[in-house]
Write a protein that binds this ligand. Structure first.
Ligand SMILES: *Cc1c(COP(=O)(O)O)cnc(C)c1O
Length: 379
């Protein structure tokens, strides 16, 4: 089955008790058992919930995996992956990543004795220098947030496999419409379903998708033991969002391309970071591993002052000034003070994330209206 059909049908069966075509929201904490230990596969809702189960199966299908696991947020999904590790273990991660992931790694898990290396992964060979016998996980985010760098998932996964190191790809920016990391050799795919999968800025949700049965058992044990599970209503909202992912992504890509070129040709705009430009250093890899370039981009102004950037950020009328991304509405964001404020300034600047960088999540509105809005805000 092709993605468009899977998004609408995979994992979904009419409700067995009524035939309801839409998966019901099973708002229950427990399930009545016929006799002790004799049940219908559902005992307690932290461990199993039918609405969540349908979503987990749908997510597994669209990422070309076999197992899905849902969490109460994207960072809860990340948390579960790191809990596979033990004190003394090491993780290699990119040096341009979601600020909340960086915060979780450095502020929560470092104190439990896990060591993180944040490195430039644009050259996969760079990774070898950081591998030792304690390296157990490589954390890949591509395209990166907010600089839209590209990491070669096949190349990094191949190196990881040589040393039996797990790879986890945060696929939030691309969504399975643009990129399916399990097909490229990764072990685990992670989503903040809060973003493109949900797509309507109305839910916080996260998930993991994988193929290996033993790894699924370990992660399921962590999911039920630690308890960061989503409620059934949130699962329903993500299921509903999934059904239009392909249609939304097509428009995100079309609008993204138009706006990236508009910005690049604007006399007052400095650098534009978007992985669909042919002169982008990751363009060849992006063209190989992605089916489009998406609607995420960032840029600076020629007048590279923080004040001018701040003025622009408060002057848009169609773009809303907000954290998050991947919804139908266009958002504008200032990474240095918003999404990436948890990364120390020195570290940020070293990795190319300056104080005047502006990030856009291009929505599915009329592209002309979006360009007019940016034009008037740039002034
Ligand atoms: C938002 C985001 C997360 C965290 O997800 P939440 O649902 O907010 O917990 C992780 N990775 C990326 C790339 C994100 O954009």
């Amino acid at each position: 089955m092709k993605l468009a059909t899977k998004l609408i049908h995979a994992g979904i069966e009419p409700d067995p008790s009524t035939g309801a075509i839409m998966t019901p929201i099973y708002q229950t904490s427990t399930y009545v058992q016929e006799a002790p230990g004799k049940n219908k596969g559902y005992e307690y809702a932290r461990s199993q919930n039918p609405t969540r189960k349908v979503l987990e199966n749908a997510l597994a299908a669209i990422e070309n995996g076999t197992h899905g696991l849902c969490f109460s947020s994207g960072v809860a999904a990340t948390d579960a992956v790191i809990k596979l590790l033990e004190p003394g273990n090491e993780v290699i991660a990119g040096n341009d990543m979601y600020g909340g992931t960086y915060r979780l790694f450095t502020k929560v898990f470092e104190k439990f004795g896990i060591k993180f290396h944040f490195i430039d992964m644009q050259d996969p060979e760079n990774i070898r220098r950081f591998i030792n016998s304690q390296t157990k996980l490589i954390w890949i985010e591509t395209p990166t947030n907010p600089l839209l760098n590209i990491v070669d998932i096949s190349a990094v996964s191949a190196i990881a496999r040589e040393f039996s190191i797990l790879t986890c790809v945060d696929n939030t920016f691309a969504s399975p419409f643009l990129q399916t990391p399990l097909d490229l050799g990764a072990d685990i795919v992670l989503h903040s379903a809060t973003k493109y999968l949900g797509g309507h800025s109305d839910v916080i949700h996260g998930c993991l998708v994988l193929r290996d049965d033993a790894l699924r058992e370990k992660l399921y044990f962590i999911q039920k033991s630690c308890g960061a599970v989503p409620g059934p209503q949130d699962c329903f909202l993500v299921l509903r969002g999934l059904k239009t992912l392909h249609v939304r992504m097509e428009r995100h890509c079309q609008n993204g391309e138009k706006i990236a070129h508009f910005l690049r040709n604007h006399p007052k705009v400095g650098k534009v970071f978007w992985c669909g430009f042919e002169d982008h250093p990751g363009f060849a890899v992006a063209s190989k591993q992605m089916r489009g370039f998406g609607g995420m981009m960032s840029f600076t102004l020629k007048d590279d002052s923080v004040e001018t950037a701040m003025k622009l950020l408060s002057s848009t009328r169609v773009f809303s000034l907000a954290e998050s991304l991947g919804g139908v509405e266009s958002l504008i964001n200032h990474p240095a003070t918003m999404t990436h404020a948890s990364i120390p300034r020195e570290e940020r600047i070293k990795n190319g994330l300056g104080d005047s960088l502006i990030r856009l999540s291009i929505g599915i509105e009329d592209a002309g209206d979006l360009m007019d809005d940016l034009n008037q805000a740039i002034g």
